[in-house]
Design a protein around this ligand. Structure first.
Ligand code: ZN
Ligand code: ZN
Length: 297
């Protein structure tokens, strides 16, 4: 047993970890080191994408099967895939608006025909579509995200990556098939040295490990070229956008990336950081950027 492992075991024996949600002591065999099963189960789970401009919910496609598959109930002549859209979370108008926003080619979503693009009313200027697994108002989520920023343990990322993996599984038929590039929002090298790690990269690697064959972590794509004040220093949306403007660059040797890329970060508040990173990716030829975060505020 390595010395560090012995130390950790001794620490756990003397100071059993407590749940960040309710404060109860966690048993030695607990699935997560940071949160009890009850608090983890109580974390709200989103089943939708979001327009980052007007915050309209974009319901996800729950099922998509090739026609003729045993469970297909489609009549002859219907589209190639069977789809079931979860309308409980929004109205169909917002759904189609959202698709117009992300500009997903119909082929990649399976069900979107060109006729659905007749409703280009929902913010075509949006640079990405927000994919938030949960809600930042939930205290447990906030505590877990906080821990990931200020504690270097990789296992701190486990409950958050589990949330993301559950969310991604729910989006399965909405996302295009195949391996998607998963791009952590980078920190400036100076800030990464100060902190010791990039929490977005930790999340990306843990999530990719949970979803084999789904994501390829690409931390070589984006660079932070300007050292900025932390976004939390600014409450105002306009100030946040100004603070982050011009902060990212795309490494030309990593191109082309393909039509769709997934940006990943821990939190999205005003969407300024994801929007600026997405702007650079789109400038580099990516058509659709999905901004995946654990929680949105
Ligand atoms: Zn708890
Ligand atoms: Zn919108």
């Amino acid at each position: 047993m390595r010395l560090a492992t012995v130390g950790t075991t001794l620490l756990r024996l003397c100071f059993p970890p407590r749940c960040v949600g309710c404060g109860t002591r966690l048993p030695a065999h607990a699935r997560f080191e940071m949160v009890c099963e009850r608090c983890f189960a109580l974390i709200p789970r989103h089943r939708w994408l979001t327009c980052p401009v007007c915050r309209a919910r974009i319901p996800v496609i729950l099922e998509a099967r090739p026609q003729g598959s045993p469970r297909s109930r489609l009549s002859p002549g219907s589209p190639l895939v069977e789809t079931k859209v979860d309308m409980s979370t929004s109205d169909s108008l917002a759904f189609h608006r959202g698709l117009s926003v992300v500009g997903c080619p119909s082929a990649s979503l399976g069900m979107v025909s060109s006729s659905n693009h007749r409703l280009p009313r929902c913010h075509p200027e949006a640079r990405f579509v927000l994919a938030a697994a949960s809600d930042f108002r939930n205290q447990t989520v906030r505590e877990l995200i906080h821990a990931l920023k200020y504690r270097p343990a990789h296992r701190v990322a486990l409950p958050l990556a589990t949330l993301l993996a559950e969310y991604i599984a729910g989006l399965a038929a909405t996302l295009p098939p195949g391996i998607l590039p998963l791009i952590p929002v980078p920190l400036h090298p100076r800030r990464e040295r100060e902190r010791g790690w990039n929490q977005a990269a930790v999340l990306a690697r843990t999530l990719a490990g949970f979803c084999p064959g789904r994501f390829e972590v690409r931390d070589d794509v984006l660079r932070r070229i300007r050292y900025t004040e932390p976004q939390v220093s600014f409450r105002d949306r306009v100030w946040r956008a100004a603070n982050i403007s011009g902060s990212f660059a795309c490494a030309s040797e990593t191109l082309p990336l393909g039509p769709i890329a997934v940006l990943i970060d821990d939190v999205s508040t005003t969407g300024a950081t994801l929007g600026e990173a997405a702007r650079v990716l789109r400038h580099a030829g990516v058509r659709t950027v999905i901004g995946l975060v654990v929680a949105s505020a």
